[in-house]
Design a protein around this ligand. Structure first.
Ligand SMILES: NC(=O)c1ccc[n+]([C@@H]2O[C@H](COP(=O)([O-])OP(=O)(O)OC[C@H]3O[C@@H](n4cnc5c(N)ncnc54)[C@H](OP(=O)(O)O)[C@@H]3O)[C@@H](O)[C@H]2O)c1
Length: 262
């Protein structure tokens, strides 16, 4: 017999996975299980089924994902396997065990043609393979009305992982002058903010469906970089740049607004 609700977290060594591990330390009303890719590869149906059988989780937070946007153009099959095929299976296994799946998704499911923040009701139209794979994953999860899709954007952890925030700090500390694009606008979101949202979602357990969770400030990478320098009290020359042609197309505007409050 379980005496506390059980939460299984996949992708435990990723940015969000690590932040959730830190937050879980004072969330003792739940029993937490964190699995890295080595311990639970979500593309292995057998591994997923065995772990669900063992833990009988109440919630599964799926932070595991193929997140390299440019590389996904070349490794399309791999991106789709992790972000779509594996997610469809995870959602079904979760349903069989009456586990509520909380699946993370992205602002990159949108095409960026809008000029006001995207809400939960806006229709995805991804521009790149990463976005396409995540959009298919969402559809698979939403076949199960009790599950959640939580879209977030421009995710960063200040203290770990590879992300824009840490890259700017590293370059500025090395005294490098910065050139940062000013023609892509979004909603930078800290993993701390997102982790708090996920905990509230679990506490409140509202009806399933799509939820947006993103930082309140709508800004370009350039504006975000200036905020980071200010916050870290670092001073280096910084100039605005235009997006260069990269392997993957990126939405020019992908800010998210949350119309559902918890
Ligand atoms: N980062 C962003 O800016 C951003 C923006 C919007 C939405 N999101 C979404 O937010 C979620 C969390 O993102 P994040 O930034 O924390 O990602 P992350 O740092 O890249 O972490 C993802 C983790 O998933 C693991 N993983 C990859 N394939 C796996 C598999 N087959 N089985 C199990 N684990 C696997 C990765 O391991 P390896 O590193 O060893 O491959 C990594 O530890 C993802 O769903 C992402 O799509 C991210």
């Amino acid at each position: 017999m379980k005496n506390k609700p059980v939460i299984l977290v996949t992708g435990a060594s990723g940015q969000l996975g690590k932040t959730l591990q830190a937050k879980a330390l004072d969330q003792t009303k739940y029993q937490w299980f964190f699995y890295t890719k080595k311990e639970l590869d979500i593309t292995s149906p057998a591994q997923v089924e065995t772990i669900f059988e063992q833990l009988q989780p109440d919630f599964c937070i799926n932070t595991a994902a193929y997140t390299n946007v440019n590389k996904a153009e070349e490794e399309k099959a791999k991106a789709h396997l992790v972000n779509a095929t594996a997610v469809a299976h995870l959602a079904s296994v979760a349903s069989q065990h009456t586990t509520r799946l909380i699946h993370l998704s992205t602002d990159y499911v949108f095409d960026g043609e809008q000029s006001i923040p995207y809400t939960e009701d806006d229709i995805p139209n991804p521009l790149n393979e990463y976005g396409k794979s995540k959009a298919i994953g969402e559809t698979q999860v939403l076949k199960h009305p009790q599950h959640y899709v939580v879209r977030t954007a421009w995710l960063y952890a200040k203290n770990h992982g590879h992300n824009f925030y840490r890259t700017i700090v590293k370059k500025a500390k090395a005294g490098e002058a910065l050139s940062v694009v000013n023609d892509q606008v979004g909603s930078p979101t800290s993993t701390d903010f997102l982790a708090h949202f996920l905990l509230r979602l679990i506490d409140k357990s509202p009806q399933g469906g799509i939820y947006h969770c993103a930082g309140e400030k709508v800004q370009s990478w350039y504006s975000f970089a200036k905020d980071i320098l200010r916050e870290q009290q670092l001073e280096v020359p910084i100039q605005e740049a235009h997006t260069q042609k990269t392997t993957a197309l990126r939405p020019r505007f992908s800010a998210l607004s949350a119309t559902k409050t918890l």
